[in-house]
Design a binder for this molecule. Structure first.
Ligand code: FES
Length: 201
């Protein structure tokens, strides 16, 4: 039951929808829960759908290692990209409640990353929203050069060395970047998405 449900009652003397405080004034013998035992508000944000936060760890989205932490050694240059969800390091809650939180990670040669974008990379690993800016498919592949990110739905190609600039296909704009940092051999989110995520029509 939501707070709204548990915290309001109908009363013949009062407005049909009244607050708990008003009930006490009316003297009705209703047993109301203590405020500190009330469940979380129904309109409180779902922590699993909260966007990536600075300090979040990154975990695999699927497979044998689903929800396990991704470490730098899990990513090698030339390998296909890895899909990830952020995870709150304190609660260990994976923020997989919204597909908008899906992240694509890829490791490239640090020297090939555009100078302006190197601050967002962690030892050659770069992260972007995995949601294609064309029609919102997840960006899961590599192109024929094995250097660029490719969306398999309609063939959009993004250059991870140049802030996911569109270099092929119908996508209207680059993928939103997600800054990373390395702390004690752990890959962490260093900030929010650089712009709008996914399809914007
Ligand atoms: S949804 Fe990615 S290219 Fe169309």
């Amino acid at each position: 039951m939501s707070v709204k449900d548990s915290d309001t009652r109908s009363c013949c003397f009062c407005d049909p929808i009244i607050e708990r405080r008003t009930l006490l004034v009316c003297g009705l013998a209703l047993t109301l829960p203590s405020l500190d035992t009330l469940p979380a508000r129904a309109d409180a944000p779902d922590p699993r759908a909260v966007r990536p936060q600075p300090g979040d760890l990154l975990v695999f989205t699927s497979g044998d290692r689903r929800e396990q932490i991704i470490r730098p050694d899990d990513l090698t240059i030339g390998a296909p990209p890895t899909l990830a969800f952020p995870m709150d390091p304190a609660s260990r809650s994976v923020r997989d409640g919204s597909r908008i939180n899906m992240i694509v990670l890829i490791r490239v040669d640090s020297n090939e990353i555009a100078e302006a974008d190197r601050g967002r990379a962690a030892d050659g690993i770069v992260a972007f929203s995995a949601i294609c800016t064309h029609y919102g498919c997840p960006v899961t592949g590599l192109d024929q050069t094995a250097k660029n990110l490719a969306c398999k739905c309609h063939g959009s190609i993004f250059d991870p060395r140049n802030n996911a600039e569109v270099v092929g296909g119908p996508a209207p704009r680059r993928l939103a970047a997600l800054p990373l940092k390395l702390e004690k051999d752990e890959l962490k989110v260093a900030g929010g998405f650089s712009g709008a995520v996914g399809q914007q029509r």
